[in-house]
Ligand binder design. Sequence first.
Ligand SMILES: [Zn+2]
Length: 268
Amino acid sequence: MEVIVLGTGHGTATECYNTCFTIKNKDEYFLIDSGGGNGILKQLKEANIELEKIRNIFISHIHMDHILGCIWIIRVLSKKYYKCLYSKPIYIYGNDIVIKTIRELCELLIPKDFLGLIDNKINLIEIKDKEETKILNKKVKFFDINAKKVKQFGFSILIDKNKTFTFIGDEVCSNLTEKYVKNSNWLFADAYMAGEEAERYNPIKKHNHSSVKYVAQLCERLNVKNVILSHTIDYDLKNRKKVFIEDANKYYSGKVFVPDDLEKIELI
Ligand SMILES: [Zn+2]
């Protein structure tokens, strides 16, 4: 299995796409968040991911930089279904607020002819805290991350017998979320800024976004084997990888990944 990172930026990033990624198993993809616009179509194209191979999408919360790309995917897929170019259904998972918002946006924005496809080919699935399902033929457990801004969910996916990949959205990990992070083989977390800049700016206090140091210390304490840091500032992408990894290594002995857009990470 591998992660293909489609975007790595924070909410209003312009130098890279907003944070979203896919998990690939064999020839099928699970898309996690979708960025803020039709840039998702370009990122998928550049990553050589055909829309038809994405069977499941999870949207963590309703902020624009996570949910709006999904409306574009629905728009493009609708046309394919409508013209009978494609027939397999797609499943879009989210908490109650996410699903209600996607439904309302579709009613407002998607051509009327296509609306009959919603809950038919395009299945909007409302998930509850601690709900389990199977995606990519693997066990997935969704959970509420107890976000401070809007209701936000994360998930854990069992990628191998006892290897877990955990995604905790774009806010600071709450006490209640720590049990899902503990002993994960992989953690995908937000890390807005690194080093002294983060100490000065204090993204935790300002936006409830993590600093590199915060996530690194969390991973060390909770025995996480590998961490992928994303949802970052975008004005120094050239040095981001080096600066973030060096900072994380001060507090964490596991492996640190700071991907660029379109980078692939093998889940070993
Ligand atoms: Zn965000």
